[in-house]
Design a protein around this ligand. Structure first.
Ligand code: NAP
Length: 333
């Protein structure tokens, strides 16, 4: 056994009355649905538990220009195709949100709003969620001028002046997309250089509706019924000022959705589930794929690749377990 595996759950010790699946996949983004396709084609009849939204982060992607073979369609369209393809081979997709897991015993137990699920192998593809600024007014005005999704909310800002916070690819993509609706988009970035790739940078810089405020952070979101402005601070001069705006889109990166597994799986200091090159986690029988374990690539295509790999690994492990089972039984007799 690889030394990376830290713990092996106690076999057949979970007190349960429910059906035991071969494989359950938590999460329905590209990693989860690719895992579902591969597990289904291996005849494992996987169950995908979707989380709050089918598709994960690409559910809010307007144009997917960098998923090979898929040109110009939207994230939800890719999700629909991936789901249908997995279902065609026997995957089952269930809308539920897992609130608790027990990975100390076999079969593993997952608890969702609809009850308990039991599985021999688990693939975690819970992805990452948008990061918050953590400033006063952010929670108060979410849905009333504060948004994390241009595709979802851009339309409400037709002919308005709005702000995008962040300097990465997401921020540039959001800013460019929002110029379809807004009269003016101001990007506020905490440094004087963008993190975004050159192509998106160029497109944003060339766009006449986009302006930039550099070296500046948002310290407060102001408003009455809806957002009316921001309090800004220049990080170089320390100067603070107020800036009028009708809305603010926050695009400052993501946090892995790993809270569910704290104390049961090895998690790094950034919150990512630690895996080895076979995507095995620190508990035997549990794999992780996509942005829950990947802070570096973070693309739909790399997540899908990891999902497929995790399902292949899980299938091989299940076969090995099955081959070992009679031996264990005779040894016990
Ligand atoms: P990201 O690359 O981590 O960028 C986050 C941005 O937000 C950075 O500019 C960062 O500033 C800023 N930021 C972080 N915390 C902040 C805070 N508290 N206050 C103010 N600013 C803050 O995240 P992302 O843009 O969401 O992209 C995630 C991944 O997806 C990346 O790998 C990206 O390449 C990929 N992606 C690709 C595409 C595409 O190719 N079409 C589109 C979207 C995303 P600093 O720069 O100072 O750190």
């Amino acid at each position: 056994m690889n030394s990376f595996i830290l713990s092996t759950p106690t076999p057949n010790s979970s007190n349960h009355s429910g059906e035991v699946r071969d494989v359950i996949i938590i999460g329905s983004g590209p990693a989860g649905l690719a895992a579902a396709l591969y597990a289904a084609r291996a005849n494992l009849k996987p169950l995908v538990i979707t989380g709050n939204e089918i598709g994960g982060q690409i559910a809010t992607t307007s144009e997917l220009e960098n998923y090979p073979g898929f040109t110009g369609q939207t994230g939800p369209e890719l999700t629909e195709v991936m789901q249908a393809q997995a279902e065609k081979f026997g995957a089952e997709v269930k809308i539920d949100y897992i609130q608790q897991v027990d990975l100390r015993q076999r079969p593993f137990r997952l608890t969702g709003a609809d009850g308990n699920y039991y599985t021999k192998a688990l693939i975690i593809a819970t992805g990452a969620s948008h990061r918050k600024l953590g400033v006063p007014g952010e929670d108060e005005f979410t849905g009333r001028g504060v948004s994390y999704c241009a595709t979802c909310d851009g339309f409400f800002f037709t002919d308005k002046e709005i702000v995008v916070v962040g300097g990465g690819d997401s921020a540039m993509e959001e800013a460019i997309f929002l110029t379809r609706f807004a009269r003016k988009v101001t990007v506020i970035h905490r440094r004087d250089q963008l993190r975004a790739g050159p192509l998106l940078q160029q497109r944003a810089m060339k766009n006449e509706k986009i302006e930039f405020i550099w070296d500046t952070v948002v310290t407060r979101i102001l408003g009455d019924e809806t957002v009316t402005g921001l309090e800004l601070k220049n990080v170089k001069t320390g100067e603070t000022r107020q800036f009028k705006t009708d809305g603010v889109f926050i695009a400052i990166g993501h946090t892995p959705n790993s809270a569910l597994f704290k104390g049961q799986l090895e998690i790094d200091d950034q919150g990512y589930v630690v895996t080895d090159k076979y995507l095995r986690t620190s508990v035997e029988g549990v794999w992780a794929a996509g942005e829950i374990t990947d802070s570096y690539f973070r693309q739909a295509i790399t997540s899908a690749g990891m999902g497929a790999a995790a399902a292949i690994a899980a299938e091989r492990w299940l076969s090995e377990q099955e081959a070992e089972e009679p031996q264990t039984a005779s040894a016990a007799a």
